[in-house]
Structure formats: structure tokens, C-alpha cells
Design a protein around this ligand. Sequence first.
Ligand code: ZN
Length: 308
Amino acid sequence: MTPMEQENFDNRQTALTSAKLALTYVNVTNSAAALERSHLCGATAGLVQSKALAAVALLGAEVSQKDETVSLRLRVSGPVAGVLVENAFGGSLRGYTHNKVLNTLDVREEIADEDALGELAQMSVIRSIPGKTISSAMLDVQPASVKKGLHEYLNRSLQRTAEVEIAAESTVAGVTYAKAFMAELMPDGNAQAFKKLSDKFADSSVLQALTSAQDLTELCALLKIEGYKLNEPQQLQFKCRCSTDRVEAMVSDLPDEDLEDMLKNAQENQIICHMCGTGYRIGKSTLWNVLEKRGHDIDFEEDASYYD
Ligand SMILES: [Zn+2]
């Protein structure tokens, strides 16, 4: 672990300006880098994942109930095929891309996500608590883009007036940064002040400022946004809900044939959590125990490979 990674700086900051513009800033650099390493992503899939993670972290500002999650999914026509990311209550982030290594795109000098995403995306945003969907929206995005998708979700699906920007970079060495910024005009807000700030989104000033700013205060200074009140920052972190117990519970539900195949497997059995990339080693004694509990009397004791 390098010194940079020992402390987690990922966070979400929100503020309200005197013109009633609601500002949200997220920095998910550490989570995006950790997720990329955990999934062994190439640089391009890592970039797609980072941008999606920053986008869902913006939406996560409104996750308010225990066990509530918001997830953002894009199915795309490009070679990365898709991405799913999630922000859970408490600021836990996780996700994955369908394809993780894109050989021809990963060797390019400058890593970009456009060619990986392709022409068309079908995007869905789902807010839920276990057993219940709070809201869901689906929209087509053309060309496929996380930023464009998020913008259309907010403005078209939710009928809100908002601008978004995402700044992320990924190289062969990993994710360098992943941040996002959203400005929303509140119903009683000053439309002229919003228009002025919108122009800075349009001419890339926001992207430039976001790329260099380390927090919302710095970003506001660079964009000359004044008269705002900062709220308490919220911690964000890469964290999945998978655990050894959950994996073992899943294994105990597998059919006999699958368990027997795993016992016959000469290699070590591993179950990889697709949401975070963590590998769980399944010891053969675990498999024996499950079969034994089901009352099976299995006689492949002769073969040493059936044991750890
Ligand atoms: Zn997991």
C-alpha cells in the first residue's frame, strides 16, 4: 500500500448558494482506483467505471434511508458492453464493467472512454431498499456517455434543471482521479445565476476547474461562485456487502452436482464477487460439510484431490 492509499479522501460535499443553486461535489478517486485493481481492469474499463462511480456518487447525495441504494446501469453498444455501479446508504460504493480488458483501446497513448462505450447506451437508474423499488427510470443515450446520460436523467426523467460534469483519468498505472460536480437550480432559485454557471459547463471551464480542484471550496473559488453555505461533508468509500458468510450461505444452496464438481476440481475453488472483484476461497471441507448435512454418503475418499 502506498502512503496515498492509507487515508481515504473520498467524500461528497454539498452547498447551497444565495442564488439557490444546489452544488454537489464528489471525489471518488480512491474507490475508483481500488475497484479497478480489485477487478483487474484495463485502463479503459477502469475509466468507464470511474466515471460511472463518480456519477452514482452524485446521485447518492439523496440516499437517506438505512439499506437504501441507488444504482446506475448502462448497457452499451461499444466493446465494454456495460457498467453497473451502486451507492449504498453510508456512502459505500461498488460496481463493475461487463468487459474488463479491451486490448486495442488499453494500449492507446491517451485512454478515452468514447470508443469503449460506442454509439448507444440504454441507461437505468434504480433507487431501492431491500424488497422494494422506490423509483426507476430508463432512457436511451446517444452517443453513449455517462455524463450525457446523467444529464438527461436529471433534466428529462426527473424534470429538474441541472448541469453535470465528470473529470476522470486512467492510465496504465491506474486511476489518477475521478471527480464529479453537479449544479442544480432550486425551484425558487435565480435562473440568471444558473445560466451564468451553465455557460461555464458549456465552455469547459467547469471541467478544467474540477480537474484541478481538491474540494468544493477550491472549485467554487476557481469558478468564482460566491455566497454559499457548505454542509457537513460525507465520507465515501469502496465497500461491498459480500462476506465469507454470504458466500458460504450461497454455496450451501448449490445443487449436489455442482458441489461434487467443485470437489473433483483439482484447482482451488474460488467464488468471485462480481460486484467488487473479491475472491473467496472455498475449502473442500466446506463442500464436504454441506453434502454431509444433506445426508450424502459419498465415497470418493480414495482420491486425494477431493481434499484440500
Ligand atoms: Zn463483493
